[in-house]
Design a protein around this ligand. Structure first.
Ligand SMILES: NCc1[nH]cc(CCC(=O)O)c1CC(=O)O
Length: 306
């Protein structure tokens, strides 16, 4: 019998759901393969009193999982792709990107059906600079308040009355079976998600051919192409959670369309660009949209905003 395939995961409900999802897909694809979870705590989970933008440090949610793989306590790690920095630690690869769920953001409120229904000065919770910039652009009157923690924690804080509305990713809310709480979708091209939002990524050691062959069964080529374009744009712009960057790539039969946005969370200024691929690679498309944003003066928005 072969050794079980061990999946390193964070311990939040969403992370566990995603790791279980990957485990069940692996068992389906490889009957007889034993798959088990290795739940771990990461720095990003432990520091809850500061916004991610101020803690800084890319890969806040990855490091402990990567150490587990280096120490052979785990074979793969499962991540939300949008939490994966543009550049991985040496020796690691994204061995599979799964089919994408709804990449839109969700407007969630107990009292209001949509962003446009919020009264003047309403309190909206989000610590994401990308979400703050887009909220400010649409509704300069809103009071934007920090909100961190896992999805369930954020919903509980809304329910306690600290906010009139909060913004979350549709994908995470739906995976937890809480899709009924979504009052409206904030969707492209008007509102852009984070690069890679809605996609689950499997990370593994680059040299682990046996494991990577198992994981290859989970690859979704269309999602891989889309997120490669979004992540290439983000990387060219030096993106991190300390700047407001949105990206959304549509894959159609005739080619790709990449929408990009860079914003200022304090002023609500947004720069937008969009380009189609004409048979060129997703990476060059990402670089092209990044260059268009830089040509509009994106540089001034790309020094850390916190
Ligand atoms: N930064 C936390 C995070 N990372 C991934 C998701 C949602 C799931 C996804 O995008 O795949 C969330 C929660 C949120 O932004 O609401």
């Amino acid at each position: 019998m072969t050794a079980p395939l061990r999946i390193a995961t964070r311990k939040s409900a969403l992370a566990l759901w995603q790791a279980e999802h990957v485990a069940s897909l692996l068992r389906q694809a490889h009957p007889g393969l034993q798959v088990e979870l290795v739940p771990l705590s990461t720095r990003g989970d432990e520091i809850l009193d500061r916004s991610l933008a101020t803690i800084g440090g890319k890969g806040l949610f990855l490091k402990e999982l990567e150490i587990a793989m280096l120490e052979d306590r785990a074979d793969i790690a499962v991540h939300s792709l949008k939490d994966v920095p543009a550049e991985l630690e040496p020796g690691f690869v994204l061995s599979a990107i799964l089919p994408r769920a709804d990449a839109a953001d969700a407007f969630i409120s107990n009292d209001y059906a949509a962003l446009t229904d919020l009264p003047n000065g309403a309190r909206v919770g989000t610590s994401s600079l990308r979400r703050q910039a887009q909220l400010r652009a649409l509704r300069p009157d809103l009071q934007l308040l920090d909100l961190r923690g896992n999805v369930n924690t954020r919903l509980a804080k809304l329910d306690e009355g600290h906010y009139d509305a909060i913004i979350l990713a549709c994908a995470g809310v739906e995976r937890l079976g809480l899709g009924g709480r979504i009052r409206a979708r904030l969707a492209s091209p008007d509102w852009l998600p984070a690069p890679g939002q809605g996609a689950i990524a499997v990370e593994s050691r680059a040299t682990d051919a046996r494991i990577n062959a198992y994981v290859a069964a989970l690859i979704d080529e269309e999602t891989r192409i889309a997120v490669e374009a979004e992540r290439a744009m983000n990387e060219k712009l030096g993106g991190s959670c300390a700047v407001a960057i949105g990206a959304w790539c549509v894959v159609a039969e005739h080619g790709l369309t990449l929408h990009g946005m860079v914003g200022n969370a304090a002023s609500g200024e947004l720069l937008r660009a969009q380009a189609d691929s004409r048979g060129d690679t997703p990476v060059s498309l990402g670089h092209e949209v990044a260059a268009m944003l830089l040509a509009q003066g994106a540089e001034t928005f790309l020094t850390p905003q916190r």
